[in-house]
Design a protein around this ligand. Structure first.
Ligand code: CTP
Ligand code: MG
Length: 228
């Protein structure tokens, strides 16, 4: 890959409260953990993979990465990951999104190089409504121009370090990194994501992930956009 080194940074230090199966990155889908799946999808495309793990936990064997202790929040974990590499470009990807097409990795990396920051996004398909004061139907929210934000998100590392420092100093909390850039007026490119990049958050998502894995692991899905 030309234009400077790339590192994949994987926040995997969460406790998985909503899933209720212990630290989520270690939960297995069809015999392979969410973390192992995410690392395997990124490793072929980057110079190194660094993972933030829950304090006191270590990487299971068979996962080719370096690990560091994560922080109390996702934002803290990413801040620590940024200090653990000197790559020029970083791809931040949630361990909890195990089905990552190669096409998305390529496009987010290219856009991050060009623009400085980029994220995978998915068009919102459902009709949107804001609830009224009684909790019932209030008002339509036009969905034109609205996108659901996924990972991976790519950045020039120095840019993201600076934005994280500002966010920490100003007490700004976010569940993603592109938003931390955008609040400072930085440009963030939007790259087409993929429905299979959903985040495994609830027990229902885990059931969906089992179903997706059955097809994904067979290697017959979207062979055209995939290399790895
Ligand atoms: N994460 C992290 N460090 C934290 C919290 C979260 O590295 N202190 C990571 C998670 O491991 C996950 C990603 O950030 O890969 C997205 O977070 P989320 O889906 O919220 O995972 P959890 O925080 O583990 O789940 P929950 O919020 O249900 O406890
Ligand atoms: Mg969380």
């Amino acid at each position: 890959m030309s234009g400077g080194s790339v590192a994949a940074l994987i926040p995997a230090a969460g406790s998985g409260t909503r899933l209720g199966r212990g630290p989520k990155a270690f939960v297995e889908v069809a015999g392979m953990s969410l973390l192992a799946r995410s690392v395997a999808r990124l490793a072929p495309h980057v110079g190194e993979v660094v993972v933030a793990l829950p304090d006191g936990m270590s990487l299971p064997s068979g996962i080719t990465a370096r690990s560091i202790p994560g922080g109390a929040t996702r934002q803290d974990s990413v801040r620590r990951l940024l200090e653990a590499t000197d790559a020029e470009v970083v791809l931040v990807h949630d361990a909890a999104r195990p089905f990552l097409p190669a096409r998305v990795v390529w496009e987010v990396t290219a856009a991050a190089r060009e623009v400085g920051a980029a994220t995978a996004v998915l068009p919102v398909a459902d009709t949107l409504v804001r609830a009224g004061e009684d909790g019932g139907w209030g008002q339509y929210v036009p969905r034109e121009g609205l996108w659901a934000v996924q990972t991976p998100q790519g950045f020039r590392r120095e840019t993201l370090i600076h934005a994280h420092a500002r966010a920490a100093a100003e007490g700004f909390a976010a569940t993603d990194d592109a938003g931390i850039i955008a609040r400072l007026g930085g440009r963030v490119a939007l790259v087409p994501g993929d429905a299979r990049l959903f985040k495994v958050t609830t027990p229902g998502d885990l059931a969906l992930a089992q179903a997706v894995a059955a097809v994904w692991d067979a290697g017959v899905w979207d062979a055209g956009d995939d290399d790895a």
